[in-house]
Design a protein around this ligand. Structure first.
Ligand SMILES: [Zn+2]
Length: 157
């Protein structure tokens, strides 16, 4: 069985879902809330026990979306400065404007790579570029995405 990130919710709603038994906490935050009768860990990720249809909307590899997917990090050296978009297979070699062929790269790495493939340039990608779902992109576009969420994005099928 595969699970998929289907949306964002408030802490309040997540807690209500857990208390009502409609969801279970997968990862807790390092925080508890207490009332007179109850102590509950604040959930960071909850898994619904009922099915909701995920949102299927198209996502396009615009410059902004590539930077969001790659978390504003150069996919060659990890820098967050002077960011550009690099075509993994250069356009002059037939590389396309696709999610799988575009990555965030700093100016320095982009210049160094020039019109070469990563293999030719002796450069390694930090992760394999892939198409995010609409919800994944929505979540990643938030500032300060908790690190523990990353394990639950880009789920493998
Ligand atoms: Zn770089």
């Amino acid at each position: 069985m595969a699970y998929e990130a289907i949306g964002l919710t408030s802490i309040r709603r997540a807690i209500v879902l857990v208390i009502k038994g409609k969801a279970e906490s997968v990862v807790d935050r390092d925080r508890k809330i207490r009332s007179e009768s109850l102590e509950i860990s604040v959930p960071s990720i909850v898994r619904l026990k009922y099915y909701i249809r995920p949102i299927y909307k198209s996502t396009y590899p615009t410059r902004r979306n590539i930077l969001i997917r790659d978390r504003y990090t150069c996919q060659y050296c990890g820098s967050d400065k002077d960011l550009t978009v690099d075509h993994v297979i250069p356009k002059v070699k037939g590389g396309k404007d696709t999610w799988e062929n575009m990555v965030c790269a700093c100016k320095k790495c982009n210049n160094k790579k020039g019109n070469l493939t990563p293999e030719e340039a002796g450069m390694k990608l930090l992760s394999k570029p892939r198409k995010p779902s609409y919800v994944e992109l929505l979540i990643l576009s938030k500032k300060n995405v908790p690190e523990e969420w990353m394990d639950y994005l880009f789920f493998k099928v």
